[in-house]
Design a binder for this molecule. Structure first.
Ligand SMILES: Nc1nc2c(ncn2[C@@H]2O[C@H](COP(=O)(O)OP(=O)(O)OP(=O)(O)O)[C@@H](O)[C@H]2O)c(=O)[nH]1
Length: 321
């Protein structure tokens, strides 16, 4: 296949809750004429994000078998080769990594795997930065890696910080990655033309950050203190108890809870309740109606630091109606 026929790839990364799915939804709405394959990888063995991506037309492929940067590169390569072989032509690929991914191995896949490199071309690595919580998150290793490998840094959640905080953050990011273009957004509101198809990926810049990128295979060690737990139950939950439990979690565990989201089966409600939170910011809404023959089930994922599984489990059990 000649280089003219390569499919452009956007890697969308950023720490837990930074706004990746929000951006993805905005972009997909903005380019309805393009056939986009979206590859979503989640931390934890669940796929709640697919409930949160509103678009219906796109092909959404989930990789839930592990972190994309660790043990699923084989899966990624298989998905990519299936995409090339399928009849319907694809205009572009967007890969949303987990919030806990180091993007280097994903970038590596497109540069080092021979077949993949022939058929695909990196368009850009976009890193979303949660302007409100990034200082707290920089204590972890991954946000720094994600910022370092970005061609474009999207400083999101501008509504939650002051002008002085914005300037301080910009300076910090310049120190960490002087090459990346910085864009400031609220709710990832940006014209797709400013982000997609810009071919902003610069191998030279990336090699300045990691001269061994094309030589070594990256092994990424996650911080053991950051864990993810999933709870599921087919029995209905009591809304009042759920509200109480979440107010407790937000107030007393918000600092530790990097990300929590889920779908709830509430007693006497024929619609599901969808919620998500980042630290102390929490939002819940009514989702789609349960279909007649659909199995009703609640599913919640918590990702955070030093989480107490038993305490969370007791909380979830308490919510049963
Ligand atoms: N206040 C505020 N909230 C935002 C903004 N952008 C996104 N959010 C909210 O932040 C939460 C996380 O957004 P997502 O787009 O799901 O973040 P994500 O990076 O995909 O999260 P994970 O992939 O689950 O780690 C959601 O509740 C969003 O509505 C923003 O600019 N301002």
């Amino acid at each position: 296949m000649s280089k003219e026929h390569t499919i452009p790839v956007t890697i969308l990364t950023g720490f837990l809750g930074a706004g990746k799915t929000t951006l993805l939804n905005n972009l997909l709405k903005d380019i309805p004429e393009q056939k986009v394959a979206v590859i979503i990888n989640e931390f934890g063995d669940t796929s709640i994000d697919s409930h949160l991506v509103v678009s219906t037309k796109e092909e959404i492929i989930e990789i839930n078998s592990g972190c994309i940067c660790c043990n699923v590169r084989g899966d990624l390569i298989n998905i990519l080769s299936n995409l090339i072989e399928q009849e319907e032509k694809i205009d572009r690929i967007v890969i949303e990594t987990t919030g806990m991914a180091n993007p280097a191995p994903v970038i590596q896949t497109f540069l080092m795997d021979e077949q993949t490199a022939k058929s695909f071309e990196m368009d850009s690595v976009i890193t979303m930065v949660d302007a409100k919580h990034i200082w707290q998150h920089l204590k972890e290793e991954e946000p720094g890696q994600q910022i370092a490998f970005a061609d474009v840094l999207l400083l999101n959640k501008m509504d939650l910080i002051t002008e002085d905080e914005k300037n301080e953050l910009a300076q910090q990011l310049i120190n960490m990655n002087p090459h990346a273009k910085r864009i400031y957004t609220t709710y990832a509101d940006i014209d797709s033309q400013d982000l997609i198809g810009k071919k902003s990926f610069e191998l030279g810049n990336i090699l300045k950050i990691d001269p061994n990128l094309l030589v070594e295979t990256h092994h990424h060690h996650h911080n053991d203190q950051v864990t993810s737990f999933v709870f599921r139950d087919d029995r209905p939950l009591d809304l009042e108890k759920v509200n109480k439990w979440f107010s407790y979690l937000v107030q007393f565990k918000g600092e530790q809870l990097y990300r929590y989201k889920g779908v709830l089966y509430i007693k006497h409600l024929n619609k599901r309740v969808v919620f998500q939170g980042v630290h102390m910011l929490f939002a819940g809404t009514e989702g789609f109606k349960w279909a007649n023959n659909e199995k009703r089930q609640s599913e919640i994922v918590f990702i955070g630091k030093n989480l107490d599984y038993q305490e969370l489990e007791r909380g979830f059990q308490y919510c049963l109606a």
